[in-house]
Design a protein around this ligand. Structure first.
Ligand code: GDD
Ligand code: MN
Length: 360
């Protein structure tokens, strides 16, 4: 039972030392797609000048079949940048991204494509939906992978509904994403796509992540630190917190400076507060919420709203400073700091739900 497929499809395969897999994979993909009546696809292999001669094999195949395209990069290495390069070169409307080592079963390509045609921008081949799974992983590795997905789901807006947001196997409708926006240092390209775009229509279909067919894994940088840095780069709440921390320094620094030169604690406090509101606003606008397109409110309105939304924490800060210095006799800078901590949470909630609200 093979359904006929429309065939507006590119398949992007990054390779590094895959000489024992690539030939079979390319013929399997060709066979599977042709088996579905799909002939006009293209397969783009991005090889980082593998020392094992992967590119020579692909080159030879590409001479016989012009649907197979080879890009060899000599000045760059890295899975994520390779995928980005492949996405850029893809000429079809839908692009499948997959590994070369058969851990991503090529039989799934038609199903990913059909699902996408039902009206999804991204369809993820997922280990963590019903029917999916992994083969031969220790419990520890499975737990670490699932924990990573969960952290990303909690912290990255676009990844929220995606169970396997770290999958390396997915299809994307090319026009639904802005490839230039993808940070090539991004650790997981799917997480990058999900994190840099809002309002993508996403679906997942299950698959079993099998053992590598030949060769060995190149992902040695699979460390917690890389992952956390990447999550930070695409996580609004984490960036917001970092901006907030910088604002605390601005606030307390300016207050301390003014107190030092004999300005009253009230005026020092208020000046520190206003300076930090402005610096936070600029950083949040340019950095934290940078990925949000077509904001509902203009710049000045956002600035005004941000003041309004900060007013709760500003008033909290000022009053806490006054009360703690008057009644507890503590240093005004310490009182101010206590107030900042109290007001912070309220400020985040107001910012993300009002000030930087997007058009629906
Ligand atoms: N061009 C290029 N450059 N390709 C690379 C590079 C590189 O520096 N490093 C790896 N690749 C290719 C490999 O040849 C393979 O086709 C694919 O990228 C995945 O590399 P593996 O080394 O097999 O990675 P993995 O199996 O450990 O990780 C995969 O599974 C993860 C799921 O747990 C990747 O798909 C990850 O993205 C995925 O999250
Ligand atoms: Mn692999």
């Amino acid at each position: 039972m093979t359904e006929k497929l429309a065939c507006d499809l590119s398949v992007v395969i990054p390779t590094y030392n895959e000489k024992d897999n690539i030939k079979l994979l390319l013929s399997r993909i060709t066979e599977i797609l042709e088996g579905h009546g799909c002939k006009g696809f293209e397969i783009i292999v991005i090889d980082d000048n593998s020392p094992d001669g992967t590119s020579e094999i692909v080159k030879e195949l590409s001479l016989k079949d012009n649907r197979i395209k080879l890009i060899v990069r000599t000045n760059e290495r890295g899975l994520a940048t390779a995928v980005k390069e492949g996405l850029k070169h893809a000429t079809k409307s839908y692009v499948v991204v997959m590994d070369a080592d058969f851990q991503h079963p090529p039989e799934l390509i038609p199903r990913l494509y059909q699902k996408a045609l039902e009206g999804y921008d991204v369809v993820v081949a997922s280990r963590y939906v019903l029917g999916g799974g992994v083969e031969g992983w220790s419990n520890i590795r499975l737990l670490a992978s699932k924990a990573g997905c969960l952290i990303a789901r909690m912290l990255v807006r676009g990844a929220r509904e995606v169970r396997d947001n770290m999958s390396g196997y997915f299809i994307v409708r090319k026009s639904s994403i802005d490839i230039e926006r993808l940070n090539p240092r991004g650790y997981k390209i799917l997480l990058e796509i999900l994190g840099r775009h809002n309002n993508l229509r996403i679906s997942e279909i299950p698959y079993i992540f099998r053992n590598r067919r030949a060769g060995k894994s190149k992902i040695s940088t699979n460390t917690l630190v890389d992952f956390l840095i990447h999550v930070f780069n695409v996580s609004e709440p984490l960036k917001f917190a970092a901006v907030g921390a910088s604002g605390v320094l601005v606030n307390l620094g300016i207050m301390w400076f003014l107190l030092y030169y004999g300005v009253s604690k009230e005026l020092s406090s208020l000046t520190g507060i206003e300076a930090s509101i402005i610096s936070n606003f600029i950083l949040n606008d340019k950095f934290t919420f940078q990925a949000r397109e077509e904001k509902k409110y203009g710049f000045l309105a956002r600035l005004m709203f941000y003041h309004l939304s900060s007013s709760v924490s500003a008033i909290t800060t000022f009053l806490t400073m006054l009360l703690t210095t008057e009644y507890l006799g503590i240093h005004p800078v310490l009182g101010q700091f206590t107030g900042i901590l109290l007001g912070f949470t309220a400020n985040y909630l107001l910012s993300s739900r009002v000030v930087w609200l997007e058009k629906p």
